[in-house]
Design a protein around this ligand. Structure first.
Ligand code: CA
Length: 406
């Protein structure tokens, strides 16, 4: 190598010697400086910006979460069997009793019934038991400066700072999911600003510390999403044989009279009303699984979280909280889903076989799924890593001889 290049080589070596983390931190601090310069135009005072961002360092684990592509897809019946299980029905009924006065007032003010509001609460945060534990400001600052959705997260970052500045939420309580959803109802900061209400009258809109504020904010959200008071979300239906299921989907609404003409009946066999009420035919697992007709109120739930599986979980849980029975039709699978109690049992059986999957918390993460794949192989089952009834039964049977306790 000729002499003139040496200083360049030296610089390159020097740069390479600076740990990547330090380079990240320097870039992060530059980015925070840019965000600070724009803070006032986003309604955050200089003093508030400095108070709530002092000493911030990037939290790269939220970028890992942002980039995480689940290795295993979740069939709708697995999703629903964990979210609409007996435990959540029992807990929800207890909450309906405990908060009956508040829920009655919420219904008076916003027109949304107690079972629906409570079902959203149960699916969003397990009735306030699962808020997420990550401090919101560091998460949103990191997502604002690193990764692939910075523009979106900057809006949420400034919204989070405005919420702190307003005094609605106390800084030490401002924790949530990696993406910034927080409180009983898991609102994002920008949604909080539009939808949250102070229902207990203490002057603060507090979705973390106040159940009345959270329940009323949920109802307010549904009301603004055009909830129709006193109307059902939909119901399970029975299709005629050889039904042409080309017209289906939440948005492809036809009149009840149309579906009636085409042989669709209520699940108990009774006839649909001969009315012009628009209804969409939902076939979440295809024409051989459960079928539903859904009305405008299903769309309101969908507005809360744009996922058919999510909306069905809330809808079906609300029915169970009203004392109705669960689904009649079976999902098209030979390996039905498990409740959270069964998932905890499955995890205890995996731990007893030496799998290092952490605490048996009923949450099926990648570690649990990888352990299930190994046990699938051992048992000669399809290696899909599903926490279903099939592997649970196999492990239960194996544990009798193996001495694995609960
Ligand atoms: Ca309040």
């Amino acid at each position: 190598m000729s002499k003139p290049y040496r200083p360049l080589l030296f610089c390159a070596l020097l740069l390479a010697a600076i740990p990547a983390a330090a380079q990240d931190t320097a870039a992060f601090q530059r980015c925070l400086g840019g965000l600070e310069a724009d803070a006032e135009q986003h309604g955050v005072s200089a003093a508030a910006y400095q108070r709530y961002t002092a000493g911030l360092v990037p939290d790269m684990s939220v970028i890992d979460a942002l980039n995480h592509q689940p290795e295993f897809s979740t069939p709708v019946w697995d999703y629903l069997s964990g979210l609409v299980d007996q435990e959540r029905v029992d807990d929800g009924k207890a909450m309906l009793g405990q908060w009956s006065d508040v829920l009655a007032h919420v219904q008076q003010r916003y027109g949304v019934d107690p079972a629906t509001v409570t079902a959203v609460w149960g699916v969003e945060s397990n009735y306030g038991r699962q808020f997420g534990k990550r401090p919101l400001v560091p998460s949103l600052a990191t997502l604002s400066c690193i990764g692939r959705r910075q523009a979106y997260f900057r809006g949420e970052f400034y919204a989070a700072l405005r919420i702190l500045q307003s005094g609605d939420i106390r800084p030490e309580q401002f924790n949530g999911s990696w993406a910034g959803a927080f409180g009983h109802t898991q609102f994002m900061p920008s949604i909080f600003e539009k939808m949250a209400v102070d229902f207990d009258g203490d002057g603060r809109r507090d979705l973390i510390g106040s159940v009345p504020d959270a329940l009323a904010s949920t109802a307010h959200y549904l009301q603004l999403s055009h909830w129709q008071s006193g109307q059902p979300w939909g119901y399970e239906v029975k299709l005629p044989e050889h039904f042409d299921s080309k017209i289906s989907g939440r948005e492809a609404k036809k009149s009840l009279a149309y579906w009636r003409e085409h042989g669709v009946r209520r699940i108990d066999g009774s006839a649909l009303a001969d009315s012009d009420t628009p209804a969409g035919l939902l076939l979440p697992a295809g024409a051989n699984g459960p079928a539903f007709l859904v009305f405008r109120n299903f769309d309101a739930i969908y507005a809360y979280n744009a996922s058919i599986s999510y909306s069905l979980a809330v809808a079906l849980l609300s029915d169970r909280l009203r004392g109705q029975a669960g689904l009649v039709a079976r999902w098209p699978t030979d390996d039905p889903g498990t409740s959270r109690a069964e998932r905890r049992e499955l995890q205890r059986l995996l731990i007893a076989r030496g799998h290092d999957i952490g605490e048996p918390d009923g949450m099926i993460g990648d570690k649990t799924r990888e352990a299930i794949v190994q046990e699938d192989q051992r048992a000669g089952l399809p290696t899909d890593g599903r926490a279903g009834q099939r592997i649970l039964a196999a492990l239960r049977a194996g544990s009798h001889g193996g001495g694995a306790g609960p």
